[in-house]
Design a protein around this ligand. Sequence first.
Ligand SMILES: Cc1cc2nc3c(=O)[nH]c(=O)nc-3n(C[C@H](O)[C@H](O)[C@H](O)COP(=O)(O)OP(=O)(O)OC[C@H]3O[C@@H](n4cnc5c(N)ncnc54)[C@H](O)[C@@H]3O)c2cc1C
Length: 440
Amino acid sequence: MITPADPGYDEARRVHNAMIDLHPQAVVRCANAGDVAAVVDFARGASLDVAVRGGGHSVPGFGTCEGGVVADLSAMRGVRVDAERSTARAEGGATWGDFNAAAHAYGLATTGGIISTTGIGGLTLGGGIGYLARGLGLSCDNLISADVVLASGEIVVADEHHNPDLLWALRGGGGNFGAVTSFEYRLSPVREIYGGPIFFDLEHAGEVLRGFRELIADAPEQLGAFPAFQIAPPLPFIPEERHGVPHIAVVTCWAGPLEDGPAAVAGLRDLAPVVGEHVGPMPYPALNAAFDALVPPGLQHYWKANFVTELTDEMIEAHLQHGPRVPVVNSTVHIYPIDGACHRVGPDETAFAYRDANFATVIAGMWPDPADNEANIAWVRDYYAATAPHSAEGGYINFMASDDQGRVKANYRQNYERLRSIKRHYDPDNTFHLNQNITP
Ligand SMILES: Cc1cc2nc3c(=O)[nH]c(=O)nc-3n(C[C@H](O)[C@H](O)[C@H](O)COP(=O)(O)OP(=O)(O)OC[C@H]3O[C@@H](n4cnc5c(N)ncnc54)[C@H](O)[C@@H]3O)c2cc1C
């Protein structure tokens, strides 16, 4: 337990988003479910807020709190793969880097995020979008069971046979229902992928976005790919004079047979003349860690998100107006396709309701200097305002900011009332409220 009197407190209270400057009374580095239950019991008894921290990547900083207690799961990172059943069980504080390293040894994987330092916890509970989503569904679609510390301090299993309503809610409902101490996933064969980023000149951004829209609609589901507005980092495969210049990029990940990789990404490479690319066969965990250096801890974060059914010409125009103004190398805009296997799960089969959305857009503002907060937040807000009229009402909860609580209901659409009733059952006093909150 780390309190304000202890060395290391300042580091322990911090989360990935450096804009979050909160002071909990204690950060408890849990070792097991018993510890987590003790923290929840204590906080409830003392009427203190309790924050549950997995990977700490929540942009609104839900992994810490002011004056309360943090159940920090970051020391609980074990992953055990059952190759015979093609499943893996991972502790609640594991990151995708931990998870992929363990599963890769067996030639297996499941959908996770695109950055290896993000926690499996928050990402899976909110839905889980990544390279493998078109083929394998969202992370939460691959969640088959969870050990959960409830608000009462009781430890329960949520699976098909035990508390199935709780499992349903954990698949997209966020951290609202309890602290998950272990997640069990279904795995699929993925070892080496063929992919990587391709950079194009901004003058071709319109062609690239329109071409991507056509191509991805019919592409085999093993093709994960997303367009991005991105300032070129100083990387050897990008000509030096282009370093620091905004580009439109397409990041590719072909998870089918390796020999089919070049043909699978050829259409994307041919969208416009290529400025630089780093595409080829690589271990899936390598792609998952490829962009980690762009998002180190200590940046300021402000994000907005949209679900998009059709990437209309009007929407593309809005992107063309704001994307090229991406202010710093860390900031980015990604347009993730969430069709394919994500659409084969019905809108009320899990808490994640937007099964008709074809894309999830994130406008991810991330910058080093707090003095630039105003300008960077304004870029995100203006961009969002221009795209919102061409988007669905909801946006993925894991990509949303702290001022998006008013959109939580819209995110869950027809599932919201069922989520509320499950919340009333498992957490009637809203003990777990440091999240995109579903109020009991
Ligand atoms: C750099 C970066 C890259 C990202 N990339 C992607 C991406 O590719 N795809 C994607 O879908 N999302 C992505 N995200 C968004 C990400 O899904 C959310 O930020 C998510 O909440 C992070 O989970 P975490 O465990 O790291 O965060 P935390 O801040 O620890 O937790 C986030 C929320 O989940 C709850 N939570 C976490 N762990 C548990 C647990 N074990 N039990 C119960 N509740 C828990 C917390 O209480 C909190 O409410 C990214 C975020 C960042 C900052």
